[in-house]
Design a protein around this ligand. Structure first.
Ligand code: ZN
Length: 218
């Protein structure tokens, strides 16, 4: 009897220990699953993040590699945006290559292959874009002309200008750098008062400055 009761007690203890162990295993497993789920999510996000990062890190070089030739091409096709060549200047005579406009000085209708800008007294003429001073010429009829070479066949012409003394051929200028002041030294346009006659030459052809210049309505 005693032996049976002890075996019964032992069985009870055994099963209870087993039950506790099972419960403990279950709890541990549940915790392990819940913890593995939580880190799983964060790991997923972190791995996805790191994947994004890694793909982000990998992708750009791939893009750079694939588009490096494009990037090498892009500077050639880079977007060029001129600023107004006269500080606080106002456009008063537009570019007309096929229609003629009245030239009040010459008293005739002619084409106007540039844009005329008025401005305040002694308004500053500035480089519309970075470039190199290509020419500084003066003639009785056309007055003084400064040409800036922007590369790739693009040249801007600043006529009826009084250039600053330090302006020299070969000088590099930045966009907005002062080249001189507006003038009346162009005898063909002097009746329009002090102004800048601005031209854009692309591959040897005078084109509308509006290709690169946006005129703000005032
Ligand atoms: Zn003009």
């Amino acid at each position: 009897m005693n032996e049976k009761t002890t075996t019964k007690k032992q069985r009870v203890i055994y099963y209870s220990i087993l039950a506790v162990l099972l419960v403990a295993i279950g709890v541990v497993t549940a915790i392990a699953i819940s913890q593995s789920n939580k880190p799983g999510i964060s790991i997923d996000s972190s791995t996805s993040d790191s994947n994004d990062d890694s793909t982000g890190n990998v992708t750009p070089p791939v893009n750079d590699d694939s588009s490096s030739t494009d990037n090498e091409d892009k500077p050639v096709v880079q977007v060029i945006s001129f600023i107004t060549p006269v500080q606080n200047g106002v456009l008063f005579k537009e570019f007309t290559d096929n229609t003629v406009v009245f030239n009040s000085t010459l008293g005739v209708y002619t084409g106007h292959m540039g844009m005329d800008f008025k401005g305040p007294e002694n308004a500053k003429v500035v480089a519309v874009y970075k470039g190199t001073v290509k020419e500084i010429t003066t003639s009785y009829l056309e007055g003084t002309t400064v040409k800036i070479d922007h590369g790739n066949g693009l040249i801007t012409v600043y006529n009826s200008i009084e250039p600053i003394e330090t302006l020299k051929i070969g000088l590099s200028v930045e966009q907005g750098e002062v080249l001189g002041t507006i003038s009346t030294n162009n005898k063909q346009e002097y009746k329009d008062g002090p102004h800048l006659h601005f031209e854009v030459i692309e591959n040897g052809v005078k084109i509308s400055p509006l290709k690169y210049l946006t005129i703000e309505e005032k």
